[in-house]
Design a protein around this ligand. Structure first.
Ligand code: M6R
Length: 607
């Protein structure tokens, strides 16, 4: 999604702005731009594509100026090209924007009726025109910005500068996050603390509906009604990092390999391995008295929740409702009075997940959030955060955040089971032992990279792939298909194996490989029957199983990946590894932009 930066600095700010934009690259973008004020005049450089293109333009034609704004754009309204790239200008006003102005058509028509001409196809440009119109009507810049904000509906974070004043930056937030950073005689605005991390860790987050007036001497905060309000300063935990790829070709590969470490780190937060117990982590709800748990999330985080459903129901006998957040938020689901809600998000900024959280908050549910970015909006709005300690995840395709989400889910399910008396001390010890083994087993699974790379080469020749799994391997089948399609652009579908004969079997022929995720568990034989059905129709099977499964599978396969033996509870955490590696290497063979696949954003702050 778009990233925005603003700096009121002491010397030329364009290089700092580009530095901050680089730290926002991970969010996904398709064009970028910077505007500054020098000699009382606005100037900008914009470029389609990667930041390198913008840097080249800035090198050819530098932008002087002690105040400026910058932007990475993920296209919503209008194709990704230089004209639609931000900043957008109107008269004395320059604007960058993250989000969507929902009443854009109405406002554009209003401005057009007054004779306003438009340069771009974006919704953002109308914000510049609205502010500029207010100034032409005699309002000062801050008042004009406030009046314009009152007209906007939708989700937005904005940064605005004004040609005549190089000590004034106005920011506004309605939905997507925006942070003000404090420096020595310099002030900053940014979409997140990571963007500002090279300059400051001293941060104030705007609350929803807030706007801010930023000058070198400091910032004032105002609520939607225009009243000045005070907002807390916090020390951001986002270190000034430039996470590099180490010896890896891509962040995704590095993040896949980090999993044994970060999963171990996450599990140790929740489990006492030495005692064989779940730690007494404070929760906003009493698991013992809950009659229902509602889980909501998007994409891969949703699939982690789906695995969690199996665990909560099986271990703790706690019924779980789970839904993708974009559906849940509008479904008007009645919530149980004795229920609780858990939201899962790597970024902690996903618009639909945040809206679902607010729905449950309004309904009076206690709220827990499993998040990776500790000072994100979802983390701040939850009653309690259950952190995933994955560290910064830069690849757009979620890998280590997913397995850490699973680690937290398993720990919470066990915690609930103990509170509800559905596991005894012995069983708890056994589950903790299985979880303690997970990092080692993930390292074992990573040793399959060589054979997986060879298999991926073959897979990259196909246009369609089907993933099948039963029980907790069903969400993994969905995750495998999601991973493959998002980074290799090969069409893939995930199904519960038992559903095969209810429709997808019609697709089976020699052109559609079928990847079956099936550890040797209590229902392994059922998966073997499904594989027989595939084989009987000429389908090519790739079986991901363990030693016992490989011996017991009486079916010819195109390839069989033999995983280390793992307990039923932890299998999904381990089996995530080959599923990720398969997608990764296939994408590498396809030559796609693995870390920033086309059309995708890391942090989805719009609907
Ligand atoms: O930041 P979140 O975990 O809330 O993001 C949710 C999804 O957008 C995310 O998992 C997405 O599906 C990933 N690209 C999957 O790899």
């Amino acid at each position: 999604m778009c990233g925005i930066v603003g700096i009121v600095g002491r010397s030329d700010v364009a290089p700092q702005i580009v530095d901050a934009l680089k730290r926002l690259e991970y969010r996904g973008y398709d064009s970028a731009g910077v505007a500054t004020i020098s000699g009382g005049r606005l100037a900008r450089r914009r470029a389609e594509g990667k930041l390198g293109n913008l840097e080249r333009k800035l090198a050819e034609e530098p932008l002087p100026g002690r105040i400026g704004i910058g932007h990475t754009r993920w296209a919503t309204h209008g194709v990704p090209n230089e004209t639609n790239a931000h900043p957008h200008f109107s008269g004395e006003v320059a604007v960058v924007h993250n989000g969507i102005i929902e009443n854009f058509a109405e406002l554009r028509a209003e401005l057009a009726a007054e004779g306003q001409e438009f340069e771009s196809q974006t919704d953002t440009e109308i914000v510049a025109h609205l502010v500029s119109r207010g100034m032409r009507q005699g309002l000062g810049p801050v008042e004009a910005a406030h009046e314009a904000l009152k007209r906007l509906r939708g989700a937005f974070a904005l940064a605005i500068i004004f040609a005549g004043d190089d000590d004034l930056l106005v920011g506004a937030r309605s939905g997507p996050p925006l942070a003000v950073g404090y420096g020595e005689g310099e002030m900053y605005l940014g979409s997140d603390a990571i963007a500002l991390s090279p300059f400051t860790s001293n941060i104030t987050y705007l609350e929803d509906g807030d706007w801010t007036v930023v000058r070198r001497s400091g910032a004032t905060f105002h609520n939607a009604e225009g009243h000045e309000v005070s907002r807390k300063r916090t020390r951001s935990s986002a270190v000034s990092f430039f996470v590099d790829k180490g010896n890896h070709r891509h962040f995704m590969e590095k993040e896949i390999w980090e999993q044994p470490d970060v999963v171990s780190h996450t599990l140790s937060h929740y489990l006492d391995f030495a005692e064989g117990k779940v730690r007494n982590v404070r929760t906003p709800f009493d698991f013992a008295s809950l009659d229902r748990l509602t889980i909501s999330a998007c994409g891969t985080a949703y699939l982690a929740g789906l695995v969690g459903k199996y665990w909560f129901e099986r271990l703790a006998k706690l019924p779980v409702d789970i839904d993708v957040a974009s559906e849940f938020r509008y479904r008007e689901a009645p919530l149980s009075k004795n229920g609780a809600a858990i939201f899962i998000s790597q970024s902690g900024e996903t618009a639909d997940t945040l809206a679902s959280l607010r729905y449950c908050r309004a309904a009076g549910s206690p709220i827990g959030a499993i998040v990776n970015v500790g000072d994100s909006t979802i983390a701040r709005e939850a009653d309690m955060v259950f952190p995933t300690l994955a560290g910064p995840e830069i690849g757009v395709a979620s890998t280590k955040a997913f397995t850490c989400q699973l680690a937290v889910m398993a720990s919470l399910a066990l915690m609930a089971a103990r509170a509800r008396g559905t596991v005894d001390t012995e069983a708890e010890r056994e589950f903790v032992r299985q979880l303690a083994e997970t990092p080692r087993l993930m390292s074992e699974a990573l040793k399959l990279e060589g054979p997986i790379e060879k298999l991926s080469h073959r897979l990259s020749k196909y246009r369609h792939v089907l993933y099948l799994g039963r029980d907790t391997s069903f969400p993994l089948a969905l995750e495998g298909a999601l991973k493959l399609k998002e980074i290799s652009y090969i069409h893939a579908e995930g199904y519960a194996s038992g559903e095969l004969k209810h429709g997808p079997i019609a697709l089976i022929d020699e052109t559609m490989p079928v990847i079956v995720i099936a550890p040797h568990d209590r229902i392994f034989e059922k998966s073997v029957s499904n594989m027989q059905e595939v084989a009987a129709r000429g389908g090519k099977i790739v079986l991901i199983t363990d030693r016992k499964g490989a011996e017991a599978a009486t079916v010819e396969t195109m390839d069989t990946l033999v995983m280390p033996d793992a307990g039923d509870l932890v299998a999904p955490i381990i089996y995530a590894v080959p599923v990720q590696l398969l997608a990764y290497h296939t994408a590498v063979f396809m030559g796609t932009d693995v870390d920033q696949p086309r059309n995708l954003a890391k942090s989805v702050t719009v609907e």
